[in-house]
Design a protein. Structure first.
Length: 336
């Protein structure tokens, strides 16, 4: 009976460990995919649940003697930080890296070498998949657009110092990068010389903060999302023209980004969707996929403006593009 009891206890202990590991893997995947989509609230919630699983696993490996802080650079107060508020997503990869290192350290004595290797493979695949947040092929939401031609993203400078950067750019066949960040932004986080050997960088600076400053100078309330999108739709004609001309000149794939890949990028990509013949539902689908404070009413400011100009083709002509350029862009975007 005693042996049977010990056997059952050991079996229950093993089942508990397996459940914790499975729970960690699920929560880490959710946390990481939330990072990719720019959902900082869901990222923090899932991160914390994964962290708690890892702490319980660490307890198990230490015989419930408390967290072992000897695993390299891990510091409990740093890893737990996202619990105390929203996280800057530009820091998310660093937090995920620390979490994974702690998880691997915690299960090293709880699993065989092959099982540990399997868990690491899953986690590292997810980590690499979601390293660059808000990155996607715009044809994902619009089959009328040629797949593998236009990618939207947060700034690629986030990954330019990573070992896989060259492989990533080559795999996506990106030869042109259209950058909507302001000069102030690019001066702080610009592309290095090594990065620029892989693609043509086309700076198309758009700075909504200038518009917001002007509004405050006129004693108006702080600029709302609608104000920002009204600025994009009515004050950025030259930038739209320059970006379109870069696409027309591109012989391979194009990446379009600003800082987060949400507002300025979302605005411009919406123009491309409309030119392809997409309806509002399709345009909303891609725009709202960025999740970070995106609201249909913001984009409606742009869409209503374009309707007022009698459609996207007339709007693009208003931006200074010729009839032939609008036609060429339409054909270049077309799938099939």
């Amino acid at each position: 009976m005693k042996r049977q009891g010990e056997k059952n206890q050991k079996s229950n202990h093993e089942a508990s460990i397996s459940e914790l590991i499975e729970s960690f893997l699920v929560e880490f995947e959710v946390c990481s995919s939330s990072h990719r989509r720019g959902n900082d609230t869901l990222f923090c919630n899932s991160y914390n649940r994964a962290l708690h699983d890892a702490i319980k696993l660490n307890d198990q490996s230490r015989g419930k003697k408390g967290i072992d802080l000897s695993c390299g650079s891990f510091v409990a107060s740093e890893v737990i930080k996202p619990e105390h508020g929203r996280l800057n997503l530009h820091e998310a990869n660093g937090w995920k890296r620390k979490l994974l290192d702690f998880f691997y350290f915690s299960i090293r004595d709880l699993r065989s070498e092959s099982q540990l290797k399997e868990a690491k493979h899953f986690c590292e695949t997810v980590f690499k998949r979601d390293f660059l947040w808000n990155f996607r092929d715009i044809s994902q939401f619009n089959p009328a657009i040629k797949p593998g031609f236009i990618f939207r993203s947060s700034t690629l400078t986030l990954i330019q110092n990573e070992g896989f950067f060259e492989e990533f750019i080559r795999q996506k066949n990106i030869k042109t990068v259209i950058d909507f960040r302001s000069e102030r932004e690019t001066s702080k986080r610009g592309y290095g010389e090594n990065s620029l050997q892989y693609f043509a960088w086309i700076p198309v600076p758009i700075d909504p903060s200038i518009h917001q400053t002007e509004l405050k100078g006129k004693n108006q309330k702080e600029s709302s999302g609608e104000d920002t999108y009204r600025f994009l739709a009515t004050e950025c004609y030259h930038s739209i023209k320059k970006a379109v001309e870069a696409i027309l000149q591109a012989e391979n794939s194009v990446a379009i980004h600003c800082h987060s890949g949400k507002d300025r990028t979302g605005f411009f990509v919406s123009l491309l969707h409309l030119l392809s013949g997409a309806n509002r539902k399709t345009v909303y689908g891609d725009y709202l996929a960025s999740e970070m404070d995106t609201k249909k009413e913001y984009l409606d400011v742009v869409l209503d403006r374009i309707e007022k100009e009698n459609g996207i083709e007339n709007y693009l002509r208003l931006c200074g593009l010729s009839n032939s350029q609008v036609w060429d862009l339409k054909q270049k975007l077309r799938a099939g």
